[in-house]
Design a protein around this ligand. Structure first.
Ligand SMILES: *Cc1c(COP(=O)(O)O)cnc(C)c1O
Length: 333
């Protein structure tokens, strides 16, 4: 491998990595397409489980560099990112302020329960205000904390910015080691995309490390056009800020937006059946908001013969286990 043209920024160690790569052979055989492998990023921690902790390793390092003693971030009521931030804050002795968007079940369950247990300070914001004035609400919270003598650091939705995406650039180097250990050279890496940071990091990483595999992301909210420009923006900011000499046009940004269903965090019967099937066949639990939708998309596309010429496909299991429980009534008994 030629030596990379970039240097990683500082990070702090929070995630339980490297995570394993495991084949799903019963499922692959049943669907008759490529061999499906899971990158087990649901195993990056117990309370820190999932993809957000890889991004937070870089983002919190920067927060600490700026002398921050408190963190402000935002998301849905059942946000995995907010839960991970709440847990990291408790672990490091930083105050955590969460701006949570109302919607879905308002029972204190799953991630929201964990936010409370970790002592995060929570503002619940109605959807209309959230969508129209989020940056204003961030500013107000920031000023309020500064006036109280605190030094807050703002983390954007999903920790998806030019700092956070380093978490998934570095995941690509980990994947290369997984591939070598398993003697495979996969054609495709699949993940769910929501705030776009995982997709941006993997897509940039695949290009920087000159992988054969393309990255394909299944959208759980916005359309493919949105993610194409979002990923480009975040990557450009990253290249510029860290002085990486790379052309964004070398990236192949691929998004499938056909499996979102009725909307973000809204399920549909085939999705819940897929989650149950994967759990029964492989003992792996996917979530209805992110990984379940993306995996349902992948399996459906395999069934449609879309990937019949591929040998090995990698699915990044980005976590989300605590988000399963608020959907308990929608699974078949
Ligand atoms: C946030 C999240 C994603 C999406 O990652 P982004 O970087 O926000 O696009 C995927 N899966 C799970 C479980 C998540 O919590």
């Amino acid at each position: 491998m030629s030596s990379p043209v970039f240097k990683y920024p500082n990070k702090i160690s929070l995630a339980n990595i490297p995570t394993p790569l495991t084949p799903l052979d019963r499922l692959s055989e049943k669907y008759g397409g490529p061999r499906i492998w899971l990158k087990r990023d649901d195993l990056t921690g117990s309370t820190l489980s999932g993809n957000k902790v890889r991004k937070l390793e870089y983002v919190i390092a920067e927060a600490l560099d700026t002398g921050a003693d408190s963190l402000i971030t935002c998301g849905g009521l059942q946000s995995n990112h907010c839960r991970a931030t709440a847990m990291v804050g408790a672990q490091l002795g930083l105050d955590v302020h969460l701006l949570l968007r109302e919607g879905g079940s308002s029972v204190i369950d799953g991630n929201l329960l964990m936010d409370h247990l970790a002592g995060a300070k929570i503002d619940r914001i109605d959807r209309k205000t959230y969508f129209s004035s989020l940056s204003k609400i961030f500013k107000e919270k920031q000023n309020q904390l500064i006036n109280a003598g605190k030094t807050p650091y703002l983390i954007p939705t999903g920790a998806s910015d030019e700092v956070g995406i380093w978490g998934y650039i570095s995941c690509v180097s980990e994947l290369i080691e997984n591939f070598q250990n398993n003697h495979i050279n996969p054609d495709l890496i699949v993940c769910a995309t929501g705030s776009g940071g995982t997709q941006a990091g993997l897509t940039l990483g695949a290009s920087l490390y000159n992988l054969k595999a393309q990255v394909l992301s299944y959208a759980v909210c916005d359309n493919a056009e949105y993610f194409a420009s979002r990923v480009k923006d975040d990557v450009n900011r990253c290249l510029e800020r860290y002085g990486v000499n790379w052309d964004v046009n070398r990236l192949s940004i691929n998004t499938n937006d056909s499996y979102i269903g009725p909307g973000y965090a809204k399920g549909y019967p085939e999705l819940f059946s897929t989650i149950q099937e994967v759990c029964r066949l492989e003992g792996v639990l996917l979530d209805p908001v992110y990984t379940g939708k993306a995996f349902h998309g992948l399996l459906t596309d395999i069934k449609l013969g879309k990937f019949s010429d591929l040998k090995d496909v990698i699915f990044i299991h980005t976590g989300g286990i605590f988000g399963v429980f608020p959907y308990r009534s929608q699974f078949k008994k």
